[in-house]
Design a protein around this ligand. Structure first.
Ligand code: GLN
Length: 177
């Protein structure tokens, strides 16, 4: 099946993911309407504001079709921060607590522990926390013993921003899914 990569482009850190995909030579489309979802096999749900993105997806009539395609595993999802919150709403098997690392002024950057992604740096901006993770999920990275990146079926989800630390291996891993 041919790969068709999209970035949900209703709100949030869209351009940064576009730059990452360009740098690894991957073409993509910006997803702004229901029609734009046609044929998408890989979709980035970017960081931003999950409440706003949820409202816009519903307002533009995209929520139900996206939910269906994700639940049917027709679409691989890379969910970042607010995108992790959306992923949970689309079936990622976790519980998640919004803004659990504090507000904007509590943003921070730190080294993370990961066997899969060496020298991984995490930039956290009003990040949520995974408060419960199903046994079906695979924890790919931790910070102070807590999960910060998770893989679950068609989901690859993290609460930090790999587009800001320019960590290409995560994109390459996602595109192989
Ligand atoms: N706090 C935001 C939310 O709840 C997420 C922040 C981010 O994506 N950097 O949607």
């Amino acid at each position: 099946m041919t790969k068709k990569v999209g970035i949900l482009a209703l709100q949030g850190a869209v351009a940064e993911h576009g730059k990452m995909l360009e740098k690894i030579g991957q073409s993509f489309v910006l997803v702004k309407t229901k029609k734009d979802l046609d044929g998408i096999t890989h979709l980035i749900l970017p960081g931003g504001e999950s409440t706003t993105m949820t409202k816009l997806l519903k307002l533009f009539g995209m929520w139900d079709v996206l939910e269906q395609k994700i639940k049917n595993q027709e679409i691989m999802v890379l969910g970042i921060c607010a995108g992790a919150i959306l992923s949970q709403r689309f079936g990622l098997q976790v519980e998640i607590d919004r803004n659990a690392y504090g507000g904007q002024q509590h943003s921070f950057s730190t080294n993370l522990e990961s066997d899969l992604f060496p020298s991984l740096r995490g930039i956290f901006i009003r990040a949520p926390k995974f408060t419960k993770v199903s046994d079906d999920c695979c924890i790919l990275a931790t910070y102070e013993g807590e999960p910060v990146a998770i893989e679950d079926r068609n989901f690859l989800v993290m609460i930090f921003h790999p587009e800001l630390s320019e960590y290409y291996a995560i994109y390459e891993y996602f595109l192989k899914k």
